[in-house]
Structures are given as structure tokens and as C-alpha cells.
Design a protein around this ligand. Structure first.
Ligand code: SF4
Ligand code: SF4
Length: 239
């Protein structure tokens, strides 16, 4: 036992961009935490962890992956979905599957479809610094960042289409360009001081939504309202 906070990093599949992104921050992570990662071969999912970081989508046809994910949830205090596939499905939601070498894999979903997720970090892949920042915020209890990634965990789809509908077309866009800079496929570009979406290029990764200062406020407000409604319903139901 190292006495450090323990972390499990577990990959469920996909393009492997997310494990590579995490591995870029591995030296810093390993200095602070006791890291067990599937990609370096020491991931024992039978033991308890403080944090579990999941990359990749869940294949709903894979009973083995579903059981593994449930076991990891049970054995972890905090579970984090890392990357767009694990968080909001991303492009994998639209994958047909059914191809070699796993023809049984056909239907994919964000992991929140199967287990409760505490925080979700969309990105295709997220910047390596995001994970270290989120873990630091959890340790120090810093608010806005935590609220945002908790709020994202309540969504199963986020994309440039939502950004257009909720921010640009409602007239609350401030024209800062953060969404355009964050898009990994150049699906957004500025037209007359406002972003416009090239729909064919959007891979539904949700990165633009968590970079937009306006959209993040909407996400957090909605999440808080939903939580309050749930709490009130449980009070009424409990009478
Ligand atoms: S517009 Fe770009 S950043 Fe936004 S969801 Fe689409 S691909 Fe991702
Ligand atoms: S990040 Fe949000 S506020 Fe900034 S330009 Fe994009 S849509 Fe507008």
C-alpha cells in the first residue's frame, strides 16, 4: 500500500485517443496518485479505488463489459467518464458495429446508460490537463468546474447542434470564438462575428458546449433545477 489516493483507469474500447490523452499526463498523475491502468496491465477491478476513470463507450451487446462496468462502479467512490464516447456517446452513437473482430458489438451508449456517473469530461479526446484539473478541484472542492462536469454527467448527448439551438439562435452568444477554437474537426467557423456549424463535419463530441461560457451556464442551471425537482419529489413522495 502506497498511502496515496488510488485511481483505476479502465478502457472499454473505441479509437484509443482517450487512453493516449491520459497517458500524456501519466507521469504527473503517478507522482500524486497510486495509478492502476488497464493499458499498462495492472488494473485489478476486484479491489476498491478512490477514483475510477472510464474511457470508451459501453457496448450494450457485451454482457462482459456491462458486468465489468457495474463492478467498477460498486468498487469506486467516484466514477468519472473521460472523453466524448464515455460521457455523451459522441460519434460512436452513430456507429453501425457488427464488424470483425467483434461482430457481436452493435449498439453503443454513454456509460451513464448503465451506471451512475459522478463527473463527465467530454472531448475528442479531452486535453490531458483536464483530468488533473478535475481531480484537483474534487480534492479542493472548487465549485464551478465541479458543477459543470457534474451537470454534463446528466446528459447523454451534446453537440454543435445544441450549441446552435441554445446559444447562437437564441441570441445569447457573445461571439468569443471559444467554441470555434475548441472544435477538433473544424466544424465551427465564425460568420459575421457568430459561429456557424458545418453539419457534415460535426462528430457530436460536445467539446464546444463545455467551452462555451453561455452554454455551460445553461447546463449548470438545468442540472440544479432538475436536482431540486428530484429532491422536492422525494420529499412529497416520502410524506
Ligand atoms: S461542433 Fe465540433 S466541438 Fe462541437 S460537437 Fe461538433 S465536432 Fe464537437
Ligand atoms: S463559445 Fe459560446 S458565446 Fe462564445 S462564440 Fe461560441 S457560442 Fe458564442
Amino acid at each position: 500500500m502506497s498511502g496515496k489516493t488510488s485511481i483505476l483507469i479502465y478502457d472499454l474500447g473505441g479509437c484509443e485517443g482517450c487512453p493516449l490523452s491520459i497517458m500524456r499526463s501519466y507521469p504527473r498523475l503517478a507522482r500524486i496518485y497510486d495509478v492502476h491502468a488497464k493499458c499498462i496491465g495492472n488494473a485489478d477491478i476486484e479491489r476498491q479505488y478512490n477514483y475510477a476513470i472510464i474511457t470508451g463507450p459501453i457496448c450494450l451487446n457485451s454482457q462482459r463489459h456491462i458486468e465489468e462496468l457495474k463492478k467498477i462502479r460498486k468498487n469506486s467512490k467516484i466514477l468519472i467518464a473521460y472523453g466524448s464516447c464515455a460521457s455523451v456517446g459522441g460519434i460512436i452513437l452513430y456507429a453501425r458495429g457488427g464488424q470483425e473482430p467483434r461482430p457481436d458489438h452493435r449498439v453503443y451508449a454513454p456509460i451513464s446508460k448503465i451506471v451512475r456517473v459522478d463527473f463527465s469530461i467530454p472531448g475528442c479526446p479531452p486535453a490531458p490537463q483536464m483530468l488533473i484539473s478535475l481531480l484537483g478541484c474534487i480534492r479542493s472542492g472548487r465549485g464551478y468546474f465541479l458543477d459543470l462536469f457534474k451537470a454534463v454527467s446528466a446528459y447523454s448527448k451534446l453537440s454543435g447542434f445544441d450549441l446552435m439551438d441554445e446559444v447562437v439562435l437564441t441570441g445569447i452568444c457573445v461571439g468569443c470564438g471559444a467554441c470555434v477554437l475548441s472544435c477538433p474537426t473544424n466544424a465551427l467557423h465564425m460568420v459575421d462575428g457568430r459561429p456557424d456549424l458545418i453539419v457534415e463535419k460535426c462528430i457530436r463530441c460536445g467539446t464546444c458546449t463545455v467551452r462555451c461560457p453561455r452554454f455551460t451556464q445553461i447546463l449548470i442551471q438545468r442540472y440544479k433545477l432538475r436536482e431540486r425537482a428530484k429532491m422536492l419529489a422525494s420529499l412529497v413522495g416520502g410524506e
